[in-house]
Design a protein around this ligand. Sequence first.
Ligand code: BG6
Length: 492
Amino acid sequence: MTKFSENFLWGGATAANQCEGAWNVDGRGPAMTDVTTGGSVKAHRMVTYIDKDGNPGAMAKMKGGKLPEGAKYAVLDGYYYPNHDGIDFYHRYKEDIALFAEMGFKTFRMSISWSRLYPNGDETEPNQKGIEFYRNVFTELRKHNIEPLVTIWHFDTPLYLEEHYGGWTNRKLIEFFGRFARTCFTEFKGLVKYWLTFNEINNTVMFLELFGNKATDEDYQKAYQTLHYQFVASAHAVKIGHEIDPENKIGCMICGITYYPGSPDPNDILKNRDMWEKGIYYCGDVQCKGKYPTFAQRLWNEHNVKLDITEQDLIDLKEGKVDMYTFSYYMSTMLTTHEVKEKVSGNFSAGAKNPYLTYSDWGWALDPKGLRYYLEMIYDRYELPLMVVENGLGAYDTVEEDGSIHDPYRIDYFREHIKEMGIAVEHGVDLIGFTPWGCIDLVSAGTGEMRKRYGFIYVDKDDEGKGTFNRSRKDSFYWYKKVIASNGTDLD
Ligand code: BG6
């Protein structure tokens, strides 16, 4: 008997801004990633602008950098913007989908670029060229019997909304997002059934104090307000999606990190519990249970946060509960109140080093058991179908002289994670799908690098944007094909 259900959705995941390219083609408007440069594990990506006196400038947004008063985001000469051409999925999607089909994908997770449909974000009519592109992609997927799994928002609010409305700190964004979501549900009805509203919605709060950043009460105020508006926008999208097609299955998407206490000291246990609440449960509870958890007030009080929440918002949250819980899982993190001897430092990873684990070249803890822990904890809490919609190893790959790419490290990584998923399923978890991240190499979100590769499919592009963009199969391509064909039973 196989552990995974007969209809288990094996596949892979990507996001528009990291793979489409064609950033200013066919009427698409710019998003934040289009003014974000490349970086590395040591150097943060920079966001570029022209200040009020016309001078060029750059700041590290992830390090807490802010746009100076009066400045405007801008694409500047002398900088490289890796998302501009991504991996050119916009022009090569047919070839890519054929490769996914060759691996036996049952599903493919991708996102819709908001500014491809609404270049500024506040228009009343969508850009037909954008709709045409996605319709073609979904039709192509269906031709290969691949079920699209679509993220409506994957970190790409139109830049115009950031500049003219202050982004998600403005309630107006709920309306604009609602229009965008309605367009997606209407235009792609019958082609798409599985949807996710906001990618890694919890990052907004979870990353506030990462990289040694010190967040102020004002930062917390903005972050919790952003989240509230996104929760309401997500709830509206769920309601609209269900109205337009009751067949739609709409999920939340949480950045899943398994937190461990660094010692049995009760202070560490509490710190760990607090992080689960603030980082993981806060968003999951609102989106799955349709209301704020009891501990929310405590979190707001800690930073003197006063939120704009209306009675109608609370009704909407209740009526817009998601149908499934989906999440990314890359690593666990250890938390302690004690002085730390060895620290982890990588992009998107921080905290005390766990002596029982090994770490990737980017400082991410490799912890398959942490995935099982997460699956079982979350299933118990929500009892909703779960999907792991991101998981994978960002690694340096070498192309041999004959063009082959041997990536046993990636195979080992997936083997161990899939084994743990299987155990969770045996334990009763309703896991319905698995879409490894960057199933085809793409631009890293954290560092903007190409050499941080996740794919089963190699893309010939380097960190300066040079290369043929040709696709080739890595060893893991053949391995994953076998895994899918055996429904997760042949992991050798
Ligand atoms: C998640 C995002 O944070 O992790 C993806 O949803 C991202 O967009 C992925 O690419 C891996 O992170 P990175 O920094 O290695 O690209």
